[in-house]
Design a protein around this ligand. Sequence first.
Ligand code: F6R
Length: 246
Amino acid sequence: MKLIVTKDYEALSTRAAGLVIEHIQQYPSSVLVLATGNTPLGMFARLVNAYRRGEVSFHNCSLVELDDYFNISLDDRRSLYKWLAAEFINQVDIPAENIVRFNTASTDAKEECARVEQAIANLGGIDLLVLGLGPNGHLGFNEPGSDFESATRVITLSAASIKSSAQYWGKEEDVPRQGITLGLKILSAARHTLLLVGGKQKTQIFNSTFQGPVTNSIPATILQQQQNLTVIVDKAAAGNISTRSA
Ligand code: F6R
């Protein structure tokens, strides 16, 4: 694992965008899986700017959704896909046919999960996975208690995740109760992973993720075993963990 501690969120975002661009320059046909949420917003803004300046093209990349709410219409304002589309997809040159989106309105959850897993298999697996860290240690919507071998599936959101997602949608009642997420098994097979952690509200969970035992009560601890993992954390979130590479 490589750990990069940055002085602040801006530097974290710049570093993250730089690593994604380097990755795509090296592997132009990358299969990308990119978290939504607040943490990657600065990275997305920088990627869009770099694309506009002609420094990077996503034309040959594919993109698979990491997670979304489930049992909501495709047009629902809370769709995480719509979030990703607004912040990134619609502003760069990824062809629509290279995008794998969850059908959040599917009436057959099992079939929908199998379809997305098959799409990833057909693409040859995930090349670059960019993750945020849930306040309760969730990855995507893999909530505490998720099996490390878990497949892509529909889950019921934990109370902690509903609470933290309320910041995006107004109040807790506005947060959908179900999610659909790539499973931990498929995430752990990614060839390169970038975890972004920012802000002092993440210090404690960041510490437990990398300094405590590997346990599915904190799903993110699975990352201690992840191949080719780079963690970018700002000083506020890093607490007393200083820069080191291993
Ligand atoms: C969103 C996702 C979530 C977030 C996590 C952190 O697609 O997968 O696991 O990465 O909840 O969210 P922020 O960055 O808003 O703190």
